[in-house]
Write a protein that binds this ligand. Structure first.
Ligand code: SF4
Length: 374
């Protein structure tokens, strides 16, 4: 049976036909998919692509997140994290602090560290070189996913260095890949409201182009549920796809749901399940050339993340170790946030969990021959 046989809606059937024929779907198609209520048709098309790329395999990670400072010059209206120097919640981690935190996480078995922070004028490139060298000394094969395009652009400007030189030095110090943050939504009229002082969408894409040309793989994100409309999202996806055609450097696309609490942006109503489904499935279908689609379960909730595994998602994000946050999130299961928990979410969707890093190399967990994991 062909994919198109299952699709009732005429426009979605035409989109499915393009997917079967290997023709990239259009921007108008993306807008249509971002508005449709036929989510089961969307699921059929998105899963067709997901299964062709990954079969039943579903990825998760075991990592730590590290924010080295929350002091930031930009103070974007969308941000609940940043503050000014001197603020009572301001912090800046020393290299010794970082060493201790990474040692502790390594002893609990992490494979990867994700590092992002504010644009702090006190930090020069030497701070980041020391940070990455120190982390690699603790565990030479740890995967370092560090600093958004916004941070690389800032480091280049502050240190008066060409971007290529910044990447060269930080690759030498140990960075392996880039997270995809800072993309927000490229549409200038919305960027002006949610992050007016942040680099433009074009500059974000330029920094990523340079990273890709220097051999680094990166993620790309899209922040939704603030001021954007379907056309803005379609435009954002189109720009990611165009750069991917040029460089092939994006590994993973990560839609991020905006949470307005403690920000200067008044939030529209929270998304519905259908909103989230439309955005993830459309991303999977439109970005045919980006291999992975990630639903970060800590952002979107574990139940929705699990459901999205049937709407094109092949990566559910990473384990969570912070007891305080787990507690305040009202966890009532003893394994919440653990590796066993993520494997359970994946297995109960009838899929095969594979532990990995941002490089998508399979990490042996010693579980591969246990009954019930295939
Ligand atoms: S640049 Fe990043 S850390 Fe700084 S205010 Fe904007 S979103 Fe927050």
């Amino acid at each position: 049976m062909q994919l198109t046989d299952d699709i009732k809606d005429k426009t979605l059937r035409a989109i499915a036909q393009k997917v079967e024929d290997g023709i990239p779907v259009g921007r108008d198609d993306a807008v249509y998919m971002l508005r449709t209520n036929d989510v089961l048709d969307l699921a059929a098309i998105a899963q067709y692509i997901r299964m062709r790329l990954h079969g039943n395999v579903t990825y998760y990670g075991v990592n730590m997140n590290m924010n080295y400072t929350n002091i930031c010059e930009l103070r974007c209206p969308l941000c609940a994290f940043s503050c000014d120097k001197g603020d009572e919640k301001a912090f800046l981690l020393s290299i010794d602090d970082i060493e201790q935190r990474v040692k502790s996480a390594v002893s609990s078995g992490i494979d990867e560290v994700h590092i992002v922070g504010g644009l702090n004028p006190e930090l020069d490139i030497g701070y980041f070189e020391k940070m990455f060298t120190c982390i690699k000394r603790i565990k030479p094969d740890i995967h370092i996913v560090a600093l958004t395009a916004v941070e690389y652009d800032y480091i280049a400007g502050k240190n008066n260095l060409p971007l290529e030189e910044v990447f060269r030095r930080l690759i030498n110090a140990g960075v392996d890949a880039l997270p995809g943050g800072g993309a927000e939504i490229f549409a200038p009229k919305i960027r002006k409201i949610i992050a007016p002082r942040k680099i433009s969408g074009n500059r974000w894409l330029d920094v990523m182009r340079t990273a890709h040309n220097m051999g680094l793989k990166t993620n790309a994100t899209m922040l939704y549920n603030h001021k954007e409309g379907a056309e803005d999202m379609a435009d954002h996806l189109a720009q990611i796809r165009a750069l991917q055609d040029e460089t092939g450097g994006f590994k993973t696309f990560v839609p991020l749901q905006f949470h307005g609490k403690n920000t200067a942006i008044s939030q529209r109503q929270s998304t519905t399940g259908y909103d989230d489904i439309r955005i993830y499935a459309t991303s999977r279908i439109f970005l045919h050339n980006v291999p992975h689609l990630k639903a970060l379960w800590m952002y979107i909730g574990e139940k929705m993340a699990q459901a999205l595994l049937k709407f094109g998602v092949d990566d559910i994000g990473a384990t969570y170790h912070d007891e305080k946050i787990v507690h305040s999130a009202g966890a009532n299961t003893p394994d919440y946030g653990s590796e066993a928990y993520l494997r359970r979410l994946i297995e109960e969707a009838g899929l095969t969990p594979v532990r990995t890093t941002a490089a998508y190399n399979k990490i042996d967990t010693g579980r591969d021959h246990e009954p019930g994991t295939h």
